[in-house]
Write a protein that binds this ligand. Structure first.
Ligand SMILES: [Zn+2]
Ligand SMILES: [Zn+2]
Length: 315
């Protein structure tokens, strides 16, 4: 299989090259499976398991409809393909979905057997890492995304222990885009209809992505319920059903564009997320189906931006 680094540049190719042969491309393939799991560590008491994992500790477990996105890169062959799709489907089915579909994850793969000291809970981030390890011998993977549900997914880019976890939430709020020192005419020239005097509203979608080390035992990059609480307490509760310009002190001075709201959310969340052991990686604020703003809150490390998956996510 051609390594991405060995892919020829378009300029190097002879004019006779057909079907894009040798040129680089990233392709994605989606696969679904349904599986159950339970968060329960034998070294903890029943009370400690319940306190740590909440309803996820309940016996005999609960299930999800998982959605896996496999991103692969390489040079096109003489047939105009990076890989033959039926071979891709076969590898994903044989190595992953055929082994996990309708199974209890804690028992499906030995790495999730927590009765052994090396076992790890089958969280979304631990599961996507295991899927990477099982697929890389067969496919030239560049990134994996695993949705546990539409509002929770993990990205894995091959770093041994680091993963990205994203939670999606929403709030409804009104705003008006206008700078107080300018006239109404000047504001309408800059901000258009968004400068109308009495404001307008949006149902905002907020995706908060954290990066962290997967704990070898709990399988988590951070305490998910603690992360959800932070987003609820610091973003949803203060912003939901407000007129941002009037009800959120910060936006009395700062024009609440999607960009400024995303930056402000990142500023509010960065230190508290650090305190629960992860790093805020990205905030994506979607204002409408037609516009969104993304803020990268940390310097990307090891080229680990899950950028190859964004197009899939937007669809
Ligand atoms: Zn679950
Ligand atoms: Zn607006």
């Amino acid at each position: 299989m051609t390594e991405p680094s060995a892919v020829a540049c378009a300029a190097d190719l002879p004019q006779t090259a057909t079907h894009g042969q040798g040129r680089g491309c990233v392709i994605t393939r989606r696969a679904c499976f349904s599986a159950s799991h339970r968060y329960w560590l034998p070294e903890l008491s029943a009370d400690d398991n319940a306190a740590r994992f909440g309803p996820c500790a309940l016996a005999p477990g609960h299930g999800h409809n998982y959605e896996l996105i496999v991103s692969m890169a390489g040079g096109l062959d003489a047939d105009g393909m990076v890989l033959n799709l039926s071979e891709v489907k076969h590898a994903i089915r044989t190595e992953v979905t055929g082994q996990l579909d309708f199974r209890f994850l804690n028992e499906a793969w030995p790495e999730f057997d927590v009765s052994t000291p090396a076992g790890c809970l089958p969280t979304t981030e631990a599961l996507v890492r295991s899927i990477w390890q099982r697929l890389t011998p067969h496919l030239p993977i560049t990134a994996l995304r695993l949705y546990e549900q539409p509002g929770l997914w993990a990205d894995y880019l091959g770093h041994p222990m680091d993963a990205f976890l994203t939670i999606r939430t929403h709030f409804a709020a009104a705003h008006r885009l206008a700078r107080p020192e300018l006239s109404q005419e000047e504001n309408e020239r800059i901000y258009g209809k968004c400068a109308r005097p009495h404001g307008h509203g949006h149902n905002y979608l907020v995706d908060v992505t954290v990066r962290g080390t997967i704990d070898p035992r709990s399988g988590m990059v951070c305490d998910l319920s603690a992360l959800q609480r932070l987003v609820d307490d610091l973003v949803v509760e203060p912003f939901d059903h407000t007129f941002l310009n009037k009800d959120v002190a910060f936006f009395a001075e700062c024009v609440p564009t999607a960009e400024n709201i995303a930056l402000h959310i990142a500023d509010r969340l960065s230190a508290p997320i650090q305190a629960i052991g992860a790093h805020l990686h990205k905030v994506r604020l979607q204002e409408s189906p037609n516009n969104a703003a993304e803020v990268y809150a940390e310097v990307p490390q090891l080229d680990m931006q899950p950028a190859a998956l964004e197009a899939v996510m937007a669809s």
